[in-house]
Design a protein around this ligand. Structure first.
Ligand code: 9MR
Length: 397
């Protein structure tokens, strides 16, 4: 019976895939599936009892000394009670998706709107979750007034004032802050690989050190993180970025900047065949050797270029989650895994990386109806298999 089910599943998978490869001509995907044995993987979550098999991600992670959580927003958690309940069940840490970014927090130069962020902090505490700060320095989501009001004369004061005000507001209540986000961009052509943007233009590369020092003074308890993307695959672009990020972290550490961790965003692509576990591990090891912790901060897997067949998509997405997590969790410095959303009902990818066929995207652990899918199983299995960490996660005060 079981064998028959497996065969039927396999046949339907191959049919879904076959139609796609013939129609789309994407042989590389077919090769990836063969290389990783995706058709044979069963993604079964183990456990002695049914109850064990349903253990939420936060508990599976905690059993290994890891933190699991996700991003969401005031809008979603306050208006969708069922979603909020699932969120509280699965997550041990909450990341505000918009509320703590300049654009949302600072409607005008002299006004800070903490209300939505405060609501999220309260929600986190009510549900025994930690709270993360995202993000103090980022080239995106700046308010419209920024270009008119910030210049080389007031830049240092503006940056300090922003960080002091925001970090002090949440001092003692934040697990970690993404102090600087996405400051490396080798395509801009600088020899240090740093992104060309207003803070760099006004303050030079030292703005990064300044941001960390100001944050450390404002909240000596929070874990201070440098967060970045585009580091995951064996491509020349990711390789250049890994090199530049490592150089930046080395520079910061060597001058005594109070940086405690590196945030690896991990926005992955299910159709990407250039995954190289060895290179990824070596990169993480290099970071760990700088005495930095590592957080996987924005994990998700886009299905944009996959065939429409849901069975095929779910397996490939789950396969990418499993390959990636089993690799990174081998590195003991990795202490947390955060997905960029929990359910396909609410994901930035629906808007920013929609599928050509307009089929709803299937990128996160829960589907749009909030049911667990193979991606959830893949994450659960990776936690279950991860080596146990010996870390104490800081509680919010
Ligand atoms: O998911 C976020 C999306 O809803 C916002 O429109 C966008 C701009 O604020 O930011 C998205 O989140 C980004 C995160 O803050 C930093 N790393 C990349 C994420 C996806 O773009």
């Amino acid at each position: 019976m079981l064998q028959k089910r497996v065969l039927t599943r396999r046949r339907s998978f191959l049919l879904g895939m076959g139609a796609f490869t013939v129609a789309g001509g994407l042989m590389h995907l077919h090769n990836r599936m063969q290389a990783i044995g995706i058709e044979q993987r069963n993604f079964t979550v183990m456990g002695d009892t049914l109850r064990d098999r349903h253990t939420p991600l936060r508990d599976r992670a905690a059993a290994k000394g890891l933190l699991y959580g996700a991003t969401s927003s005031h809008l979603r958690l306050s208006s969708d009670k069922i979603f909020a309940a699932h969120f509280a069940q699965e997550c041990a840490i909450l990341v505000p998706e918009w509320e703590l970014k300049w654009g949302t927090l600072r409607p005008s130069p002299d006004r800070f709107n903490f209300e939505p962020g405060d609501w999220l902090l309260k929600f986190a505490r009510q549900h025994n979750m930690l709270f993360r700060g995202h993000t103090l320095v980022w080239h995106k989501n700046l308010p419209q007034w920024f270009t008119d009001k910030v210049d080389s004369r007031n830049a240092e004061q503006m940056l300090r004032q922003h960080i002091e005000t925001v970090v002090k507001h949440y001092a003692g209540q934040v697990h970690s802050w993404d102090v600087v986000n996405e400051a490396v961009f080798p395509q801009d052509g600088r020899s240090d690989g740093l992104r060309q943007w207003p803070w760099l233009q006004f303050l030079g590369p030292d703005y990064i050190d300044l941001a960390f020092r100001t944050a450390a003074e404002a909240d000596p308890k929070a874990l201070l993180v440098y967060n970045d993307y585009g580091l995951d695959y064996d491509t020349w672009k990711d390789e250049a970025k890994r090199g530049a990020v490592l150089k930046l972290l080395e520079r910061l550490k060597s001058r005594g900047t109070p940086i405690h961790a590196f945030g690896m965003q991990a926005h992955l692509r299910a159709d990407e065949t250039r995954f190289n576990a060895k290179k990824l591990k070596a990169f993480l090891r290099n970071i760990a050797e700088l005495d930095l912790k590592i957080l996987i901060t924005e994990l998700d897997v886009t299905d944009k270029k996959l065939p429409k067949d849901i069975n095929v998509r779910d397996r490939l997405v789950a396969g990418m989650y499993e390959d990636y997590l089993s690799t990174v969790l081998d590195e003991p410095a990795v202490i947390a895994v955060l997905t960029w959303g929990l359910s396909d009902k609410y994901t930035w990818l629906a808007k920013e990386k929609p599928r050509k066929d307009r089929a709803p995207v299937r990128t996160l652990p829960l589907d749009a109806r909030l049911s667990r899918k193979l991606a959830w199983n893949a994450i659960a299995r990776a936690f279950d298999r991860a080596p146990k960490r010996d870390v104490q996660h800081r509680e919010t005060a």
